[in-house]
Write a protein that binds this ligand. Structure first.
Ligand code: SAM
Length: 241
Protein backbone atom coordinates (compact mmCIF):
# COMPACT_ATOMS: atom_id res chain seq x y z
CA UNK A 1 0.00 0.00 0.00
CA UNK A 2 1.25 3.52 -0.69
CA UNK A 3 0.49 6.74 1.14
CA UNK A 4 -1.43 8.08 -1.82
CA UNK A 5 -4.02 5.33 -1.60
CA UNK A 6 -4.71 6.00 2.08
CA UNK A 7 -7.64 3.62 1.99
CA UNK A 8 -9.72 3.31 5.13
CA UNK A 9 -8.71 -0.29 5.79
CA UNK A 10 -9.87 -2.17 8.81
CA UNK A 11 -7.86 -1.47 11.97
CA UNK A 12 -8.26 -2.87 15.49
CA UNK A 13 -11.40 -0.79 15.99
CA UNK A 14 -12.87 -1.64 12.57
CA UNK A 15 -13.35 1.26 10.16
CA UNK A 16 -11.54 4.43 11.26
CA UNK A 17 -13.60 6.29 13.83
CA UNK A 18 -14.73 9.89 13.36
CA UNK A 19 -14.29 10.75 17.00
CA UNK A 20 -15.31 13.64 19.23
CA UNK A 21 -12.74 14.57 21.81
CA UNK A 22 -13.38 17.58 24.03
CA UNK A 23 -11.40 20.77 24.69
CA UNK A 24 -10.34 19.32 28.07
CA UNK A 25 -8.94 16.23 26.36
CA UNK A 26 -7.10 18.35 23.80
CA UNK A 27 -5.67 20.53 26.57
CA UNK A 28 -4.42 17.44 28.41
CA UNK A 29 -3.18 15.39 25.43
CA UNK A 30 -1.32 18.31 23.86
CA UNK A 31 -0.39 20.12 27.10
CA UNK A 32 -2.11 23.24 25.74
CA UNK A 33 -1.65 26.41 27.79
CA UNK A 34 -3.83 29.52 27.57
CA UNK A 35 -1.01 31.09 25.53
CA UNK A 36 -1.14 28.13 23.10
CA UNK A 37 -4.89 28.59 22.73
CA UNK A 38 -4.31 32.20 21.68
CA UNK A 39 -2.22 31.05 18.64
CA UNK A 40 -3.57 30.39 15.13
CA UNK A 41 -4.28 26.67 15.38
CA UNK A 42 -4.93 23.95 12.81
CA UNK A 43 -6.66 20.81 14.09
CA UNK A 44 -6.04 18.06 11.51
CA UNK A 45 -7.78 15.70 11.57
CA UNK A 46 -10.56 17.62 13.29
CA UNK A 47 -13.05 14.75 13.05
CA UNK A 48 -16.13 15.59 15.12
CA UNK A 49 -14.08 16.96 18.03
CA UNK A 50 -15.58 19.69 20.19
CA UNK A 51 -12.19 21.41 20.32
CA UNK A 52 -12.69 23.94 17.50
CA UNK A 53 -16.07 24.99 18.86
CA UNK A 54 -14.93 25.33 22.48
CA UNK A 55 -11.69 27.11 21.59
CA UNK A 56 -13.59 29.49 19.29
CA UNK A 57 -16.07 30.23 22.11
CA UNK A 58 -13.18 31.44 24.26
CA UNK A 59 -11.89 33.72 21.49
CA UNK A 60 -9.48 31.32 19.80
CA UNK A 61 -8.62 31.14 16.11
CA UNK A 62 -8.91 27.44 15.23
CA UNK A 63 -9.52 25.74 11.88
CA UNK A 64 -10.43 22.07 11.67
CA UNK A 65 -9.52 20.05 8.58
CA UNK A 66 -10.61 16.49 7.84
CA UNK A 67 -11.27 14.23 4.89
CA UNK A 68 -14.75 13.47 6.30
CA UNK A 69 -15.79 17.07 5.49
CA UNK A 70 -15.54 16.18 1.75
CA UNK A 71 -17.85 13.26 2.15
CA UNK A 72 -20.60 14.59 4.41
CA UNK A 73 -22.64 17.75 4.78
CA UNK A 74 -22.79 19.27 8.30
CA UNK A 75 -26.27 17.82 8.96
CA UNK A 76 -25.18 14.29 8.01
CA UNK A 77 -21.95 14.69 9.98
CA UNK A 78 -23.91 15.55 13.11
CA UNK A 79 -25.90 12.30 12.83
CA UNK A 80 -22.86 10.24 11.90
CA UNK A 81 -20.75 11.69 14.72
CA UNK A 82 -23.36 10.70 17.32
CA UNK A 83 -23.36 7.13 16.00
CA UNK A 84 -19.56 7.15 15.93
CA UNK A 85 -19.37 8.33 19.56
CA UNK A 86 -21.58 5.36 20.47
CA UNK A 87 -19.39 2.99 18.42
CA UNK A 88 -16.24 4.33 20.13
CA UNK A 89 -17.89 3.90 23.51
CA UNK A 90 -18.87 0.30 22.70
CA UNK A 91 -15.22 -0.45 21.81
CA UNK A 92 -14.03 1.10 25.07
CA UNK A 93 -16.56 -0.93 27.08
CA UNK A 94 -15.64 -4.22 25.42
CA UNK A 95 -11.88 -3.51 25.63
CA UNK A 96 -11.91 -1.81 29.01
CA UNK A 97 -8.56 -3.46 29.95
CA UNK A 98 -6.84 -1.35 27.25
CA UNK A 99 -7.75 1.87 29.10
CA UNK A 100 -6.82 3.75 32.26
CA UNK A 101 -9.91 4.94 34.10
CA UNK A 102 -8.52 8.15 35.58
CA UNK A 103 -9.34 10.92 33.10
CA UNK A 104 -12.78 9.31 32.72
CA UNK A 105 -14.07 7.61 35.86
CA UNK A 106 -15.88 4.93 33.84
CA UNK A 107 -17.35 4.17 30.38
CA UNK A 108 -20.55 6.12 31.23
CA UNK A 109 -18.56 9.29 31.78
CA UNK A 110 -16.62 8.65 28.56
CA UNK A 111 -19.92 8.36 26.72
CA UNK A 112 -21.32 11.54 28.26
CA UNK A 113 -18.23 13.68 27.57
CA UNK A 114 -17.82 12.46 23.98
CA UNK A 115 -21.53 12.98 23.19
CA UNK A 116 -21.33 16.50 24.62
CA UNK A 117 -18.27 17.29 22.48
CA UNK A 118 -20.06 15.81 19.48
CA UNK A 119 -23.03 18.10 20.09
CA UNK A 120 -20.73 21.14 20.31
CA UNK A 121 -19.17 20.12 17.00
CA UNK A 122 -22.57 19.62 15.33
CA UNK A 123 -23.84 23.06 16.42
CA UNK A 124 -20.62 24.82 15.52
CA UNK A 125 -20.12 23.34 12.05
CA UNK A 126 -23.66 24.44 11.15
CA UNK A 127 -23.09 28.00 12.37
CA UNK A 128 -19.44 28.37 11.29
CA UNK A 129 -18.85 26.08 8.30
CA UNK A 130 -15.85 28.26 7.31
CA UNK A 131 -13.98 26.83 10.34
CA UNK A 132 -14.24 23.27 8.93
CA UNK A 133 -12.20 22.77 5.78
CA UNK A 134 -12.22 19.55 3.76
CA UNK A 135 -8.69 18.29 3.22
CA UNK A 136 -6.83 15.02 2.96
CA UNK A 137 -3.33 14.45 4.22
CA UNK A 138 -0.70 14.34 2.87
CA UNK A 139 -1.88 17.35 0.85
CA UNK A 140 -3.66 20.22 2.61
CA UNK A 141 -5.48 23.19 1.07
CA UNK A 142 -3.54 25.86 2.99
CA UNK A 143 -0.70 28.21 2.09
CA UNK A 144 2.71 27.77 3.72
CA UNK A 145 2.88 28.91 7.36
CA UNK A 146 -0.85 29.62 7.60
CA UNK A 147 -0.91 28.55 11.26
CA UNK A 148 1.29 28.95 14.33
CA UNK A 149 0.52 25.55 15.80
CA UNK A 150 -0.85 22.36 14.24
CA UNK A 151 -2.44 19.62 16.34
CA UNK A 152 -2.96 16.10 15.05
CA UNK A 153 -4.70 13.59 17.23
CA UNK A 154 -5.62 9.95 16.68
CA UNK A 155 -4.74 9.51 13.02
CA UNK A 156 -0.95 9.25 12.69
CA UNK A 157 0.47 6.36 14.78
CA UNK A 158 -3.06 5.52 16.01
CA UNK A 159 -3.83 3.88 12.65
CA UNK A 160 -0.30 2.73 11.83
CA UNK A 161 -1.75 -0.75 11.30
CA UNK A 162 -3.41 0.61 8.14
CA UNK A 163 -1.36 3.72 7.20
CA UNK A 164 2.18 3.06 6.04
CA UNK A 165 5.46 4.67 7.09
CA UNK A 166 5.73 6.84 3.99
CA UNK A 167 2.29 8.28 4.71
CA UNK A 168 3.45 9.27 8.19
CA UNK A 169 6.54 11.07 6.84
CA UNK A 170 4.57 12.85 4.09
CA UNK A 171 1.75 13.83 6.43
CA UNK A 172 4.09 15.31 9.05
CA UNK A 173 6.03 17.23 6.39
CA UNK A 174 2.75 18.63 5.06
CA UNK A 175 1.48 19.61 8.51
CA UNK A 176 4.84 21.35 9.09
CA UNK A 177 4.60 23.16 5.74
CA UNK A 178 1.38 24.89 6.82
CA UNK A 179 2.71 25.56 10.34
CA UNK A 180 5.02 28.44 11.19
CA UNK A 181 6.12 27.21 14.61
CA UNK A 182 5.15 23.79 15.82
CA UNK A 183 3.24 20.53 15.31
CA UNK A 184 2.07 18.28 18.15
CA UNK A 185 0.96 14.71 17.37
CA UNK A 186 -0.77 12.46 19.93
CA UNK A 187 -0.61 9.57 20.79
CA UNK A 188 2.35 7.45 19.61
CA UNK A 189 0.54 4.11 20.06
CA UNK A 190 -1.84 2.34 17.67
CA UNK A 191 -5.42 1.53 18.62
CA UNK A 192 -5.36 -1.79 20.49
CA UNK A 193 -1.62 -1.55 21.30
CA UNK A 194 0.31 -0.04 24.19
CA UNK A 195 3.66 0.05 22.36
CA UNK A 196 4.95 3.25 20.69
CA UNK A 197 5.24 3.33 16.89
CA UNK A 198 8.00 0.85 16.09
CA UNK A 199 9.65 2.93 13.34
CA UNK A 200 9.77 6.14 15.36
CA UNK A 201 13.60 6.45 15.30
CA UNK A 202 13.62 6.04 11.53
CA UNK A 203 10.80 8.59 11.20
CA UNK A 204 12.69 11.13 13.34
CA UNK A 205 15.83 10.61 11.23
CA UNK A 206 13.82 11.09 7.99
CA UNK A 207 12.31 14.29 9.36
CA UNK A 208 15.67 15.59 10.62
CA UNK A 209 17.07 15.18 7.11
CA UNK A 210 14.23 17.43 5.93
CA UNK A 211 14.84 20.21 8.46
CA UNK A 212 12.30 19.08 11.05
CA UNK A 213 13.19 18.17 14.63
CA UNK A 214 11.01 15.80 16.64
CA UNK A 215 10.91 15.41 20.42
CA UNK A 216 8.89 12.89 22.36
CA UNK A 217 7.21 14.55 25.34
CA UNK A 218 5.37 12.72 28.12
CA UNK A 219 2.06 14.32 29.11
CA UNK A 220 -0.26 13.93 32.10
CA UNK A 221 -3.09 12.43 30.07
CA UNK A 222 -3.24 8.64 29.61
CA UNK A 223 -6.56 7.13 28.56
CA UNK A 224 -5.43 4.43 26.17
CA UNK A 225 -2.79 2.43 28.10
CA UNK A 226 0.70 3.49 26.98
CA UNK A 227 -0.74 6.55 25.19
CA UNK A 228 0.81 9.31 27.28
CA UNK A 229 3.32 10.75 24.85
CA UNK A 230 3.16 13.31 22.08
CA UNK A 231 5.59 14.09 19.29
CA UNK A 232 6.54 17.78 19.09
CA UNK A 233 7.98 18.85 15.72
CA UNK A 234 9.71 22.15 14.92
CA UNK A 235 11.50 23.65 11.93
CA UNK A 236 15.25 23.54 12.42
CA UNK A 237 16.11 26.23 9.88
CA UNK A 238 14.46 29.41 8.63
CA UNK A 239 14.50 28.15 5.00
CA UNK A 240 12.08 25.40 5.91
CA UNK A 241 9.45 27.96 6.99
C1 SAM B 1 -10.14 9.05 15.25
S1 SAM B 1 -10.61 10.51 14.37
C2 SAM B 1 -9.77 11.78 15.30
C3 SAM B 1 -10.56 13.07 15.32
C4 SAM B 1 -10.13 14.10 16.38
N1 SAM B 1 -8.76 14.52 16.18
C5 SAM B 1 -10.30 13.55 17.77
O1 SAM B 1 -9.29 13.25 18.41
O2 SAM B 1 -11.42 13.41 18.25
C6 SAM B 1 -9.66 10.30 12.90
C7 SAM B 1 -10.08 11.25 11.80
O3 SAM B 1 -9.11 11.21 10.74
C8 SAM B 1 -9.79 11.54 9.54
N2 SAM B 1 -8.90 11.17 8.43
C9 SAM B 1 -8.62 9.95 7.93
N3 SAM B 1 -7.71 10.02 6.94
C10 SAM B 1 -7.40 11.34 6.80
C11 SAM B 1 -6.51 12.06 5.95
N4 SAM B 1 -5.75 11.44 5.05
N5 SAM B 1 -6.46 13.41 6.08
C12 SAM B 1 -7.21 14.06 6.99
N6 SAM B 1 -8.09 13.42 7.81
C13 SAM B 1 -8.15 12.08 7.74
C14 SAM B 1 -11.07 10.73 9.65
O4 SAM B 1 -12.07 11.24 8.79
C15 SAM B 1 -11.43 10.91 11.14
O5 SAM B 1 -12.31 11.98 11.34
Amino acid sequence: MTFSDNPIRTSAIGQMLISSRSLDEYRAMFRLTDADLARRILDCPGGAAGFTSAAHARGGDVTACDTAYFEHQPKELAVLATAEADRGNRYVRTHSEQYEWTFFADPDEHQRVRQQACQQFADHIRRHPDRYIAGRLPSLPFADASFDLALSSHLLFSYSDTLDHEFHVRAIRELMRVTREELRVFPLVAVGSSEPYRRLDELLADLRAQGISGDVVTVDYEFQRGGNQMLVCRHTSAEQR
